[in-house]
Design a protein around this ligand. Structure first.
Ligand SMILES: Cc1cc2nc3c(=O)[nH]c(=O)nc-3n(C[C@H](O)[C@H](O)[C@H](O)COP(=O)(O)OP(=O)(O)OC[C@H]3O[C@@H](n4cnc5c(N)ncnc54)[C@H](O)[C@@H]3O)c2cc1C
Length: 440
């Protein structure tokens, strides 16, 4: 209880997950002195997922995209942040339990635990591929990419064993952005080889970047004009598109595609789909599509009192009656709407329905190349102008002025020929590769 709060009237709100949804909910609620908030997250930071691929490809450093939750909420003495993993929830009593058996009970409960990769049962994918949903994933992937470049430079014969084959599964925005960044990264490595005589024995030309998707276009949510442009920009960066093809199996040294093609590779990046975070398995209720909680128009969970589900963890219906996509903007807006509804509940007033304000969609393909569809009417932008818009929008979403400036410095450094590829390989376990473990 903080100074000035009346213990008889103060309501306790427990929030699980300090991502876009949970953090925005906590911040908006915290401005009200009649509530106290316990924010539980397994990390002590908020990670900015849209920029994870830039950490993986060594454009940004981890601390450019992860922000301490306590610092983000420092101005609010009525918020208590606890770093802990929640393992189960009793939705009827609004009680959550952490790994150590400690319990937190609230007058209101907000569940905003986000997403995880969905491997759709693809054999070997969970064990052998690299998902990209957390800072940990991005740092692991960055070390694996560097491990491949170092290994192939030390022993060029490893190129035939797939050292420089990078397979990306899923041609949505995440897969497309990673593929484009990879293309730029390998071109930068090639330039270094020529200009700086660095990576002297790296046979970059022997490598392949493959983007695989069961659909027949990249960026399926975008217009056909944007899809054609994105495909062209990827191909210019040396990315080979395998569309209309699924990944059937992921081994420790290969992938097999649905058309029977077998590709030697030790780096498979999974951007092929997502489902609700694992906490969804321990809720004691039937969940909806993707293991997400189906919520009502006011974001409450039907049949329960004082329980809300938000962001990627919830199926929130849009104007057309279909679930909204898993986007940062949906999560952020749902967090703010939930806070408003909790305060209305406390005041004994009727709750409001959530109305998503669609600001559009965008995807970066690489240096000077991006696509954007702005606003509900989808005003289309392409090329350098969309690239600049992408940088501006993503910087604006970063949590602090310091973070915005730091990101711009790194982007400018990279843009004007900076040090990409000079990143350090700090996860030595990613260098431990059995190059002979893929015999048929
Ligand atoms: C690679 C990538 C790129 C993306 N690019 C874009 C983009 O360009 N534009 C866009 O709008 N959206 C993008 N998104 C989607 C966007 O990031 C998500 O929609 C948004 O992060 C969802 O917010 P959230 O708060 O629901 O979940 P999250 O931001 O994932 O937050 C969930 C939080 O819950 C915590 N948590 C999970 N389980 C537990 C547990 N058991 N106990 C305690 N804490 C737990 C996690 O640590 C995390 O902090 C991207 C996503 C990814 C993965």
């Amino acid at each position: 209880m903080s100074i000035g709060q009346n213990p008889n009237t103060v309501k306790h709100i427990v929030i699980v997950g300090g991502g876009f949804a949970g953090l925005n909910c906590a911040r908006k609620l915290a401005a009200n002195p009649n509530v106290r908030i316990t924010l539980l997250d397994k990390n002590n930071y908020q990670q900015f997922q849209p920029l994870l691929y830039q950490v993986a490809t060594a454009i940004l450093a981890p601390d450019n995209i992860a922000f301490n939750l306590r610092a983000a909420l420092r101005a609010h003495p009525n918020v208590d942040v606890k770093m802990t993993e929640v393992v189960s929830i009793d939705l009827n009593t609004r009680t959550v339990e952490n790994v150590d058996g400690q319990q937190y009970q609230g007058d209101f409960l907000v569940v905003a635990a986000g997403s995880q990769a969905n491997f759709f049962g693809t054999p070997g994918a969970d064990k052998n591929s690299y998902p990209l949903y957390s800072l940990h994933d991005a740092e692991r992937l960055r070390s694996r990419i560097l491990a491949m470049l170092e290994s192939a430079d030390r022993d060029p014969s490893l190129v035939t064993k797939g050292a420089l084959n990078f397979v990306i599964v899923g041609a949505g925005p995440t897969g497309t952005e990673i593929a484009g960044a990879f293309g730029d990264m390998l071109q930068a490595a090639l330039k270094k080889k020529i200009r700086d005589r660095s990576y002297k024995d790296l046979a970059v030309d022997g490598g392949q970047i493959l983007l695989v998707d069961g659909g027949h276009a990249v960026l399926i949510a975008f217009s056909s004009k944007a899809q054609t442009y994105a495909a062209k920009m990827l191909e210019e960066r040396g990315v080979k598109l395998h569309l209309g093809t699924r990944v059937k199996e992921v081994g420790s040294g290969h992938v097999v595609l649905s058309d029977g093609t077998r590709i030697p590779t030790h780096t498979v990046i999974w951007a092929g789909g997502l489902k609700a975070a694992s906490l969804s398995d321990n809720l004691g209720i039937k969940t909806g599509q993707g293991g997400r909680i189906d919520v009502q128009a006011d974001l409450t969970v039907p049949g329960l009192t004082g329980v809300y589900a938000l962001g990627d963890f919830a199926n929130i219906l849009g104007k057309d009656g279909k679930p909204l996509p898993q986007l940062g903007s949906v999560a952020e807006q749902s967090g703010k709407c939930c806070a408003k509804n909790i305060l209305l509940d406390i005041a004994g007033k009727p709750r409001e329905s959530f109305h998503y304000l669609d600001k559009g969609i965008m995807a970066m393909i690489g240096r000077n190349s991006a696509v954007a569809e702005v606003g509900e009417h989808r005003h289309e932008l392409q090329g350098a102008i969309a690239f600049a818009a992408w940088l501006g929008v993503h910087a604006a979403l970063l949590i602090s002025t310091r973070a915005k400036i730091a990101a711009f410095v790194e982007w400018a450094w990279d843009y004007f020929g900076g040090a990409r590829g000079d990143a350090i390989l700090d996860r030595s376990e990613e260098l431990q590769i059995n190059w002979n473990d893929d015999r048929k």
